[in-house]
Design a protein around this ligand. Structure first.
Ligand SMILES: N[C@@H](CCC(=O)N[C@@H](CS)C(=O)NCC(=O)O)C(=O)O
Ligand SMILES: *[C@@H]1O[C@H](CO)[C@@H](O)[C@H](O)[C@H]1NC(C)=O
Length: 223
């Protein structure tokens, strides 16, 4: 592998992988993209992430970094000269940003997965309720941490925005499989406005263009 190289092992539909692509685009870092077949993982993936064997993996100068939120923080630290920090400078604000990104992983991913996997019935209704509650909590968090700006990061896009935005690609799938309308059910005007804004951010737009929502619906509903 050439030196000073940046490789991303990913699967196009992964909200975790998209975080890495958004962060690289924010920093203006060029990368080589490898699409993995998760049914038939490459030797490079198994060697780079022997513990979890999951995408995304960032390989920087031949050295792998795993786990999407850790990768995004690594990118922020490895390309610090950029005038666009992803994490806030202030230690307390950094901790709060990490808290909410972690909340997205623990709560939103989990509730979303239950919507997709549960058969129609009580279990799925509970999953939808939980998902809506997560959105409402994030709506409150946005008002608290955004300092009046359009992003969780304030005037500029930041860590929580990068962590959360890729999930928007999955909303259509949650709605289709859960048979509900997320924004109608949640009534989260701030978060809804945030979603429109963040989807219009050039780095986000470019990075997530690999996962058009209807394509994710198709992936989940075929056969
Ligand atoms: N916590 C991990 C989650 C990554 C993850 O779940 N990746 C999935 C695809 S979305 C994967 O590679 N699954 C393959 C497998 O489990 O075999 C992260 O944030 O990077
Ligand atoms: C698995 O991937 C390897 C290359 O990494 C390829 O040669 C092989 O044909 C693939 N097998 C299947 C069943 O897709």
């Amino acid at each position: 592998m050439p030196t000073h190289s940046v490789h991303v092992l990913n699967a196009w539909f992964s909200m975790f992988g998209m975080r890495v692509l958004v962060a690289l685009k924010l920093k203006g870092v060029e990368y080589e993209y490898y699409e993995e077949d998760l049914q038939n993982k490459s030797k490079l993936l198994l060697e780079s992430n022997p513990i979890h064997k999951k995408i995304p993996v960032l390989i920087h100068d031949g050295k792998p970094v795993c786990e999407s939120l850790i990768i995004v923080q690594y990118i922020d630290e490895a390309w610090p000269s950029s005038d666009k920090p992803i994490l806030p400078i202030d230690p307390y604000k950094r901790a709060i940003a990490r808290f909410w990104a972690d909340y997205v992983d623990k709560k939103m991913y989990e509730a979303g997965s239950r919507i997709i996997k549960s058969p129609a019935g009580e279990e799925r209704e509970q999953a939808k309720k939980d998902f809506i509650e997560v959105l409402q909590t994030l709506d409150g968090a946005l008002r608290e941490v955004s300092d009046g700006g359009p992003y969780f990061g304030g005037q500029e896009i930041g860590f929580v925005d990068v962590a959360l935005a890729p999930f928007l690609c999955w909303f259509e799938a949650y709605e289709t499989l859960g048979e509900f309308k997320i924004w109608d059910a949640s009534k989260c005007p701030h978060l809804h406005k945030w979603a429109d804004t963040v989807l219009d951010h050039p780095s986000v737009k470019e990075a997530i263009s690999i996962a058009p929502p209807p394509k994710i619906v198709e992936l989940l509903t075929r056969n």
